[in-house]
Design a binder for this molecule. Structure first.
Ligand SMILES: Cc1cc2nc3c(=O)[nH]c(=O)nc-3n(C[C@H](O)[C@H](O)[C@H](O)COP(=O)(O)OP(=O)(O)OC[C@H]3O[C@@H](n4cnc5c(N)ncnc54)[C@H](O)[C@@H]3O)c2cc1C
Length: 449
């Protein structure tokens, strides 16, 4: 079928984007205004940003409020005059003995609130109530058990155990959720309610790009076990994508395991494609080739993201004198994201497209294109991160779309690295959310990249 002329598609994209932006002003969104102001303050000045991120990082290790205030004072002391009056007042209050403990307590409350915004609960059991609520508000979920890169094989096995238990707990709990056909099926068949995202570098410490074999064997055993549990529980297992160090190994391992006879009948599973990589369209060719050769009961879900490791990939390549594997201009990542979005939508139901972004243009483009291709409304999935895309998820649900909220679960300590990453993302110079928070004009944000 011919794609309609671009001007027509662009008009639809602008209309969908504006409608989503309007609907984002919910009561819940207004409650978050003080936190948004905080994030804006963090984003405006690189020195303030660095100071507050250092504070977030050190907070779990602080013994008491005065200790935290001491760190606050020392970090803000490095900011100098550029921080302005609020920073000078906070640094002063953290220094003076009479107000030090109180300032430390206030900082602790603010950090905990911020962490809670991004993390659903400390354990799957503790997160159960919030996940049920999100489902009842019309959003699907994917749980991510927080845990940074694993250093020993025992840590990898412990993470696999946690994932295994989480799959069973989630699936059991999800049986009590209210029926919602949009979240539970598409034209390709049923969609599991319970959905877990896992990271391969948390399953094994042995990921080495030069010697992928050992890491692959170690991770593959854990992955097979999780796939078995997911199949028994009727859950979906999604494998996140990390930096280039592990990409080839993860792709190869996952696709070859999913093609094994044992896993052809299930479970539902998925992977992630990063559009900021220059070769992402070739990866898509491989995925689509694999999907057409491999008969499985449920299609592979492909979560399309831009990619969360841009600085790391860029800096590492420059240091070695290599051409960076990532695009250098954000507009190139945005355009690549749109090209892959279209190809994924065109490929449904061979694969299930799951378009993950907080960029209204990227999401509106996916919705408009899927409409032009006459895809059913439930045949396109949109995904956001908890804490960054809550308003969008609500707006998408109200407009009748399936939005899945990626929901981290973990304690404050393991959550801090995650929190720092997300705060950096929200305040990075080249980001839709930062531009929007800085008051950029909506029409220009919705324009073709
Ligand atoms: C549900 C969900 C799951 C996710 N899972 C993963 C995952 O498994 N792996 C992963 O890597 N990421 C993952 N992410 C994060 C994602 O990759 C992005 O970092 C994040 O969503 C920001 O992109 P955006 O489209 O929302 O915002 P935008 O503001 O439109 O895009 C920001 C992104 O543009 C890219 N960019 C920024 N500057 C430049 C530049 N100079 N040149 C080229 N590109 C640039 C970067 O990728 C940056 O993250 C996930 C995101 C979501 C919503």
């Amino acid at each position: 079928m011919e794609v309609q002329a671009e001007p027509e598609l662009d008009a639809d994209i602008a209309e969908i984007g504006r409608s989503l932006a309007r609907r984002g002003h919910s009561a819940a969104a207004l409650k978050r205004v003080p936190q948004e102001r905080g994030l804006n303050l963090v984003g405006r000045d690189p020195k303030v940003r660095a100071a507050l991120l250092q504070l977030v990082d050190v907070a779990p290790a602080c013994e008491n409020a005065a200790d935290l205030a001491g760190h606050l004072n020392s970090y803000l002391g490095q900011v100098g005059d550029s921080g302005g009056r609020p920073v000078a007042i906070a640094a002063g209050a953290a220094r003076v003995p009479g107000t030090r403990a109180l300032t430390g307590q206030a900082a602790r409350v603010a950090i905990n609130r911020m962490a809670h915004r991004f993390i659903v609960g400390a354990t799957p059991e503790q997160a159960a109530g919030e996940l049920r609520l999100m489902w009842s508000h019309g959003n699907a979920i994917s749980v991510d058990l927080l845990g940074e890169a694993t250093l020993t094989e025992a840590e990898g096995a412990a993470y696999a155990d946690r994932c295994d238990r989480a799959l069973s707990t989630l699936a059991l709990d999800a049986r009590g959720w209210r029926a919602n056909p949009l979240l539970e099926s598409d034209a390709a068949g049923p969609l599991p309610r319970a959905n877990l995202s896992v990271k391969v570098t948390a399953l094994t410490p042995l990921v080495r790009p030069q010697a992928p074999g050992r890491g692959q064997r170690d991770a593959a055993e854990h992955l097979r076990r999780l796939l078995r549990t997911a199949a028994e529980a009727g859950a979906h297992l999604h494998v996140d994508m990390e930096s280039m160090d592990s990409r080839e190994m993860v792709f190869e391992m996952l696709l070859s395991i999913l093609a094994e006879d044992e896993f052809r009948s299930g479970p539902s599973a998925g992977l992630v494609l990063q559009a900021y990589l220059r070769d992402s369209e070739e990866m898509l060719d491989e995925i689509i080739g694999w999907a057409s050769r491999t008969e499985r009961a449920s299609p592979l879900t492909v979560r399309l993201v831009k990619g969360a490791y841009w600085d790391q990939e860029h800096i590492e390549a420059i240091q070695h004198g290599w051409v960076p594997p990532v695009w250098s201009e954000k507009a190139d990542s945005d355009r690549c994201f749109e090209r892959i979005t279209r190809r994924l939508i065109d490929a449904f139901p061979l694969v299930r497209p799951a378009i993950a972004s907080h960029n209204l243009r990227s999401l509106a483009h996916a919705i408009a294109y899927s409409r032009h291709r006459l895809l059913g409304i439930g045949d396109l999935e949109l995904q956001v991160l908890r804490g960054l895309g809550d308003d969008l998820a609500e707006a998408l649900a109200r407009d009748g779309y399936r939005a899945r909220v990626y929901s981290p679960v973990g304690d404050l300590v393991s959550g801090m690295a995650y929190l720092v990453r997300r705060l950096l993302e929200n305040t990075s110079n080249d980001s839709f959310l930062a531009d929007r928070a800085a008051g950029a004009d909506l029409d220009s944000l919705l324009a073709s990249p």
